[in-house]
Ligand binder design. Structure first.
Ligand code: GLU
Length: 491
């Protein structure tokens, strides 16, 4: 028996597994809230051994942004949000792209017209106007014959949803519970635009059905549209997915995070020196509580324990200080090699001298770095000795002052000069040997050496590490500069 096109499509719908999708519109960047939606969607699929689908919702051509799709692919790949399936049955894994499926939606709109839940609207200006105009639309009352005749004659039209005039629509949301709205408050939204492309609202429903989506996860800004989606499902006679609407991510108690107001997107955070793993971990906990005290989780660990019940109804506040804490934790947990690799570009922003090994500096930084972009300013003394005030040599705790420092540097210079090996052990032994000889604390030797070598008091690493990394010649040169400066100061 021949199947209709509709039956053929239905026959292809996968059943019996948890299927979720992330359905971003290509806006040019990945919002923190979007990333969180993607994560929860992925986590639900992976927790249940189901499928996770990526669908690009790009039917709004006016909002088209060059390169925006690449941002989505790149972010997903970096974050480890791998997706399953692709548009071709048995073909390669790849995203579904709505503009590539454009032929499909018109057919479904026709089907809905046939079923009486949509109608063609030929009105000139009402094309894409948002808002409430159900009563006002004269085309709602056109007979099918007249509508068909005018369409066949080539008159342009949009397809609108026919919302019942009376009654109410109830839908269930996993986070917000049952929500009921009066149908009289819903507008006959446009489903197919004059250019033949579907609106986001229509393509979204058709695709969720055709892709067999079981859980629709998205921002709570879509809560108010959901009754209209429900009426579409009902109009087609399709089963309704579980809705999971997530409250927004806020920048403070009153305002949503917004790129326009300068809040960072995912890419901004990475450019600011945050690690992907830390961002992903932190963002997952914005509005989802795994229960218990533990906060640091890998994606796999989260997938194991993920439970919708842990998603909060109240908005979450994005706290950059908290993200810093996560980032520092992740940095400390990295292998020294991995950290050196991540830190190298930031080290090289400040340290251009090719003789200096960035990995040696990285080792000094790892335990104390919160964000990679903090690195360059800490290293401003390696390439060039900064101008500094000899008052830096005065240090009560080390029991030293300018005169004492001058004396010590004069003593240390020949000892360093004579060192056959230049490494941590030999440098340290030279300084502790001097302290012993003078019967003073090590600090009284090390402080002036550090100031002379770095020209500043706060440095990553101490005198030993800085001298080692600078190398013998440069250290000696800087010690001589220090002696000269101090000679002038104490004169
Ligand atoms: N394309 C919509 C957006 O980017 C997604 C809404 C949904 O997931 O249903 O906001």
């Amino acid at each position: 028996m021949d199947m209709t096109w509709f039956e053929q499509m239905e026959a292809r719908i996968p059943k019996g597994e948890v299927r979720t999708r992330f359905a971003p519109s290509p806006t040019g960047y990945m919002h923190v809230g979007n990333l969180r939606t993607a994560l929860y969607t992925w986590l639900i699929a992976r927790h249940n051994g189901g499928k996770f689908i990526l669908r690009i919702e790009d039917t709004d051509q006016e909002r088209y942004v060059e390169g925006a799709v690449d941002v989505i692919y790149r972010t997903m790949a970096q974050c480890g949000l791998d997706h399953d399936e692709g548009p071709d049955v048995g073909g390669p894994v790849g995203p579904y792209v709505q503009t590539e499926r454009r032929g499909l939606y018109g057919k479904y709109a026709e089907l809905l017209i046939e079923k009486g839940h949509a109608y063609r609207c030929f009105c000139e200006k009402q094309e894409e106007t948002e808002g409430f105009e159900k009563i006002a639309d004269p085309c709602r009352g056109l007979s099918r014959e007249e509508s068909d005749r005018r369409a066949a004659a080539g008159e342009p039209y949009v397809v609108r949803q026919r919302i019942p005039e009376e009654g109410s629509t109830t839908f269930h949301d996993e986070i917000f519970g049952d929500i009921t709205v009066e149908n009289s408050t819903l507008d006959d939204q446009v489903l197919i635009k004059r250019d033949g492309l579907p609106t986001y609202n229509f393509a979204n429903v058709v695709d969720d059905h055709l892709m067999g989506i079981t859980h629709v996860v998205r921002g709570s800004e879509y809560l108010s549209s959901s009754p209209k989606y429900n009426l579409l499902y009902e109009g087609f006679g399709w089963s309704i997915p579980a809705y999971v609407h997530c409250s927004p991510v806020m920048r403070d108690a009153h305002n949503k995070m917004s790129k326009r107001h300068g809040d960072p997107s995912y890419e901004d955070l990475i450019a600011q020196g945050y690690l992907t793993d830390a961002v992903v971990n932190y963002v997952a906990l914005l509005g989802w509580s795994p229960g218990g005290e533990r906060e640091i989780f890998t994606m796999r660990e989260m997938a194991e324990i993920f439970d919708l019940k842990g998603i909060s109804k109240s908005p979450a506040i994005f706290d950059i200080e908290k993200l810093k804490y996560f980032n520092a934790e992740y940095i400390r947990a990295m292998s020294p090699e991995a950290f050196a690799k991540a830190a190298e570009p930031f080290i090289r922003r400040a340290v251009k001298n090719p003789e200096i090994d960035p990995a040696a500096i990285a080792a000094l930084l790892q335990q104390r770095t919160e964000v990679l972009t903090d690195i360059p300013e800490k290293l401003d003394f390696f390439d060039e000795l900064p101008e500094y005030d000899t008052a830096l040599y005065i240090h009560k705790k080390s029991k030293t002052d300018e005169a004492g420092s001058l004396e010590m540097l004069r003593k240390m210079l020949p000892i360093f000069e004579a060192l056959p090996d230049w490494n941590d052990e030999s440098i340290l032994a030279a300084m502790t040997g001097m302290a012993e000889k003078c019967e003073c604390k090590n600090a009284k030797v090390m402080w002036p050496v550090r100031i002379a070598a770095a020209g500043k008091a706060v440095t990553p690493g101490g005198a030993v590490e800085i001298c080692r990394i600078l190398g013998k010649d440069e250290t000696l040169r800087r010690l001589r500069v220090g002696i000269e400066k101090l000679e002038k100061a104490v004169r």
